[in-house]
Design a protein around this ligand. Structure first.
Ligand SMILES: [Zn+2]
Ligand SMILES: [Zn+2]
Length: 146
C-alpha cells in the first residue's frame, strides 16, 4: 500500500501535466490562427503567438484585449461598403459639362444650360439623349439629338 500511493500521485501529476501541455498548445495554435485572420504583419503574428506561448492563459486574455478587433475579411468588406456608398453619392448627380450638382430628372443643366435628357412626346417620361425609342411606351423617337 505504501509503495502504491506514490505511484498513483505520479500518474495523476503526469496526467495533469499532459492536460496543461495540451491546453497551452491548443491556446497557442488558436492564437496563431486567430492573429493570421487579423493581420498580415508577420512580426505581430510572431509576437502574439509567442506571448500566449510564454504567458499562457493570462497571455491569451491580454491578447484578446489587445488584438485588432476586426478580421481582414471584415476590414475588406467594410472598405467595399464605404466605396459603394461613396460611389452611390457621386453617381449621376453631376452635370457632365460643368460638374455642378444636378438631379436625375433634369432635362437641362440649370447652370450651363447643357441638354441632359429629353421628354417622350407620348408618355412624358425622361429619356436619355442617345435612345432611339422610348422604353416606357415603345414610341420611336428618331435621332433628334440637338
Ligand atoms: Zn452644367
Ligand atoms: Zn414614352
Amino acid at each position: 500500500m505504501l509503495t502504491v500511493a506514490p505511484r498513483v500521485v505520479e500518474i495523476l501529476v503526469a496526467f495533469a501535466l499532459a492536460y496543461v501541455a495540451t491546453l497551452s498548445l491548443t491556446l497557442v495554435i488558436w492564437t496563431f490562427r486567430d492573429i493570421q485572420t487579423r493581420t498580415t504583419d508577420v512580426f505581430v503574428q510572431a509576437v502574439s503567438t509567442l506571448f500566449v506561448a510564454v504567458f499562457n492563459l493570462p497571455g491569451l486574455i491580454l491578447y484578446l484585449i489587445l488584438r485588432p478587433h476586426e478580421t481582414l475579411t471584415e476590414q475588406y468588406e467594410r472598405s467595399l461598403e464605404e466605396e459603394t456608398l461613396l460611389q452611390d453619392l457621386k453617381q449621376d448627380l453631376l452635370c457632365p459639362s460643368c460638374n455642378q450638382v444636378i438631379q436625375p430628372d433634369f432635362q437641362m443643366c440649370p447652370h450651363c444650360r447643357m441638354r441632359l435628357k429629353r421628354q417622350c412626346v407620348e408618355c412624358g417620361r425622361m429619356l436619355e439623349l442617345d435612345w432611339s425609342t422610348c422604353p416606357f411606351c415603345t414610341t420611336p423617337i428618331g435621332a433628334t439629338v440637338p
